[in-house]
Write a protein that binds this ligand. Structure first.
Ligand code: SF4
Length: 212
């Protein structure tokens, strides 16, 4: 591993440790695994979901997710309820106690929030482009679950506008936006097909507008 890789991995590791420690402060519940936290925060952000959808979102097998959900049910943090869209199916929802834990876990620590707020617009935009490149690479390698991010979304139109501050376009909300507003967990994201994902990415990186 090059020195660059080591130093960057160290810095990311320090941030990860900081986030985990900050999330632990004030935690009244027993230890939660990263996947259990992932389920709670996904339900907190997006509302009730079926086991299948949670497994897909967190990149686990269905059987593994069923076990995770069963553990959370036993701990009183989630409950199963009928899916109003399909009376024969069940979905998973937070209990009041689970909602409290999830809100605490999903909170951005004030120190990190302050540090990010102090970034200049250009720094934040460059940081988001860099994060998108790293996450996309890991996603292609199958090392992390698909993320609901702009750069793999079928509604993303990179460099569709001449305005350097807001060159991209979201066809879902029909709005221009810039790198600093790229999303990594968008509830409206729909994964583009593989060929389109490659095209979107190369146009995003090259700064060229969408075809057509
Ligand atoms: S729908 Fe969401 S993820 Fe897709 S381009 Fe729009 S903002 Fe980005």
């Amino acid at each position: 591993m090059s020195t660059d890789c080591t130093q960057i991995a160290h810095a990311l590791g320090q941030l990860g440790l900081y986030l985990r420690n900050a999330q632990w402060r004030g935690e009244q519940t027993e230890a939660l695994t990263p996947t259990q936290v992932g389920v709670l925060t996904a339900l907190h952000r997006n509302g009730p979901a079926r086991v299948q959808a949670l497994a897909r979102q967190l990149g686990t097998r269905h059987a593994t997710m069923s076990e995770v959900v069963s553990t959370l049910v036993r701990r009183g943090l989630v409950a199963k309820e009928r899916d109003p869209d399909d009376g024969r199916a069940m979905r998973i929802a937070l209990t009041p106690e689970g909602a409290t834990v999830a809100a605490e876990r999903d909170r951005v620590p004030p120190g990190l929030s302050r540090a990010i707020d102090r970034l200049e617009a250009g720094e934040r935009a460059a940081f988001k482009r860099t994060l998108a490149a790293i996450i996309r690479d890991l996603q292609i390698a199958g090392e992390i679950a698909p993320q609901r991010m702009c750069v793999t979304c079928r509604f993303f139109r990179p460099n569709a506008h001449a305005d350097a501050r807001a060159p991209h376009h979201c066809a879902f909300v029909d709005q221009p936006f810039g790198d600093a507003t790229l999303l990594f967990d968008c509830p409206d994201q729909e994964e583009a097909d593989a060929a389109d994902r490659r095209d979107i990415w190369s146009r995003f990186r090259a700064g060229t507008p969408p075809a057509g």
